[in-house]
Design a protein around this ligand. Sequence first.
Ligand code: FAD
Ligand code: NAD
Length: 470
Amino acid sequence: MTDAAAPTYDVIIIGGGPGGYNAAIRAGQLGLKVACVEMRQTLGGTCLNVGCMPSKALLHASELYEAANTEFAGIGIEVKPKLNLDQMHKAKDDSVTALTKGIEFLFKKNKVDWLKGRGRIAGKGKVEVEAADGSRAVHQTRNIIIATGSEPMPLPGVAFEDGKVIDSTGALFLPKVPKHLVVVGAGVIGLELGSVWRRLGAEVTVVEFLDKVGAGMDGEIATAFQRGLTKQGMTFRMGTKVTGAKSGKDGVELTLEPAAGGAAETLKADVVLVAIGRRPYTADLGLETVGIETDKRGFIANDHFKTGQDGVWVVGDVTHGPMLAHKAEEDAVAAVELIAGKAGHVDYDLVPSVIYTTPEVAWVGKTEEQLKAAGVAYKKGKFPFTANSRAKINHETEGLAKVLADEKTDKVLGVHIFGPQAGELIGEACIAMAFGASSEDIARTCHAHPTRSEAVRQAAMGVEGWTMQA
Ligand code: FAD
Ligand code: NAD
């Protein structure tokens, strides 16, 4: 083992995902001497390699495939689409490579050293890096940022099995379209990747423990969303848990039980996608060498990104808050700015969520259920996309926009959209809320016509009851 005395870094970041690479780049921009340890062959973490990016590539391609099959003829485009799954995977992989190379380029541009290998904290101010060839080096640093991310949560009693019982990564690389895909968990991954394979021809059944899809979304939106997915051909088994799996030559036989208890039944699948959440990843990280303990669920707690141990910081999925790439990025920038003596801050009430189905679902701020539980008096405006002219012209009229505002002050407390390009529309709600807007501020802001964003404005107008378009 070598003890590399020089150079001494200002910051070493362990993990090269959105938390890690954004921290590294920002540190480079601020003139700090910085290194990032990443054990994958490529930078970008879960998000770029096996998460956000490849899933969105398949969502985009499968959406076009389905549109070509079901919608093109109606608008006068006659085509007979034929699925070339190998090419679809190749296009996805090429996009991922371009993106991960882009981070490598940004590292060079911002003078970030990529220390290739597995990082381990080796005491205060020390990070040991074990390279793929087994060689080890210890690097000295003033600050360590832990950005080791998360991994899929296994389902008790249901072991992962290559090609049969898979996690999200397996679902991004299936070599053929399964006849019957059973998805366990009607959360973000289950509904996005379930949509991909349904569009490509699989029968998809989603088994969900709760009575509501979409892990945490507004109840009214969740009901409309589930209705939409059902119309598209997905089958839902709500209030149901999977208690066992038997894998054989012809696929997998799952045992299901009502969540509230009751008689068991079986369900056969070619492939089972387990998507019941992710858990923080801290394996062999040397936390004990600096006295850091994880909580019951495996997270490293933080106070303004400080772990409680001098010079050790934490950002992204491995610490509390939504497990989202843009949240990891916000954490990262704020943590590095604090290290550099600036004023880093993240408003977790304003982290948007998006589910990239067709139509999309997006929201920011509080749901109606949260406002009711907190005893907050609120007003609500709604607007259906059936009444939005751009949506009508584009034959994408499913869904609604909803604005929730404080009953007394009119301050916007939540915006929820189920509809075309909801993920893009939510940006204006984030900015409005970041500036403390009232629903009237949105309602009296001129929006271009015809655009889908008029639905958000009309929903804001609805808060005071003066919605106009129909
Ligand atoms: P990660 O991205 O997990 O990065 C951690 C990195 O650390 C990994 O590359 C890992 O190899 C490395 N590492 C871990 N331990 C060590 C070690 N000891 N030494 C060296 N390296 C180490 N979020 C969104 O916002 N939008 C989306 O559309 C979206 N889609 C997703 C789709 C899927 C299928 C999945 C699985 C996730 C998706 N997410 C999405 C979530 C998003 O990927 C994560 O929230 C985000 O990647 C978290 O960033 P992070 O930097 O905290 O961790
Ligand atoms: P999730 O938390 O979104 O959903 C998990 C679902 O599984 C929940 O509805 C839960 O009730 C259900 N569940 C839990 N245990 C169950 C059981 N035993 N049987 C049946 N259902 C069960 O988790 P996910 O979909 O695995 O996603 C993991 C993380 O990745 C999320 O935090 C998400 O934010 C992130 N992600 C984000 C995006 C995006 O932003 N578009 C896309 C993919 C993943």
